[in-house]
Write a protein that binds this ligand. Structure first.
Ligand SMILES: NC(=O)c1ccc[n+]([C@@H]2O[C@H](COP(=O)([O-])OP(=O)(O)OC[C@H]3O[C@@H](n4cnc5c(N)ncnc54)[C@H](OP(=O)(O)O)[C@@H]3O)[C@@H](O)[C@H]2O)c1
Length: 210
């Protein structure tokens, strides 16, 4: 049975997955790149990057994924809906290489990009969106790509089988928090943690067998 997975989702010590305000100049607001510096230092990200524990976790992002679901605020900065030419942050060949479903209340026709990524825009419940993405993914897994609002909604709906979180040793103080409304969510999962010499902690949440 294909799984619903989250990878490389980075949060601050106080639980924020992005800072504020989000803008075209600062996609993560005042967090800048601090949430993902651990990943950008790895070979997964850069050819001359590190090959230790951070890389081992980071590279699990891609294999076996047949579709991604993301939120409207990951796809673009505030106001992207009003720009008919906006095609995401990632240039002509986005790093998804699969059907990619953007949850939004401002649907538009699909956008076929280079390299196998097609953005589909849909307004749907998490369960409906997952059913659509599963069909597109065939026998492969579906990745929930973020941001925190969408990850939180999929966790609240009980739709996540495996989640890799990266706790980064910074205190952001403001932004969009992952955990709000998810009291005791960990009880549905087997949780493991691995600390890295880079000072981040990798946490895996694997859904308990029924
Ligand atoms: N820390 C990480 O690892 C990580 C990973 C990915 C992204 N991010 C960051 O997270 C930020 C975005 O996160 P976010 O929490 O602000 O927003 P988000 O989760 O990307 O998107 C939320 C938005 O998606 C639309 N939406 C969500 N559910 C929907 C549904 N069921 N039907 C229709 N539309 C739906 C709504 O936008 P509309 O009503 O406007 O359409 C909603 O405001 C960005 O800064 C991004 O860079 C961080």
């Amino acid at each position: 049975m294909p799984l619903t997975r989250i990878h490389n989702f980075s949060i601050s010590l106080d639980g924020f997955a992005t800072g504020e305000p989000q803008s075209a100049e600062a996609p993560f607001g005042h967090a800048g790149q601090r949430l993902h510096q651990w990943m950008m230092a790895t070979r997964y990200w850069a050819a001359d990057g590190t090959t230790g524990v951070d890389d081992a976790f980071a590279e699990r992002h891609t294999p076996g994924i047949g579709a991604e679901i993301m939120g409207a605020n990951k796809f673009g900065p505030p106001g992207w809906h009003d720009d008919p030419d906006w095609k995401g942050w990632w240039g002509p060949n986005p790093p998804f290489h699969t059907p990619t479903f953007v949850l939004t209340h401002h649907a538009r026709p699909p956008l076929e990009m280079e390299g196998g990524t097609t953005f589909h825009f849909l307004e749907a419940t998490p369960a409906e969106a997952l059913a659509t993405a599963r069909e597109a993914a065939g026998d492969q897994d579906v990745r929930i790509g973020g941001g925190p609002t969408v990850v939180r909604d999929f966790l609240a709906a009980g739709l996540v089988d495996h989640m890799h979180l990266v706790q980064v040793p910074i205190v952001l103080g403001r932004g969009v928090r992952l955990w709000d409304g998810l009291e005791a969510v960990e009880q549905a999962f087997d949780v493991e943690a691995v600390s890295s010499p880079s000072a981040v902690t990798h946490l895996t949440f694997t859904r308990k067998a029924p």
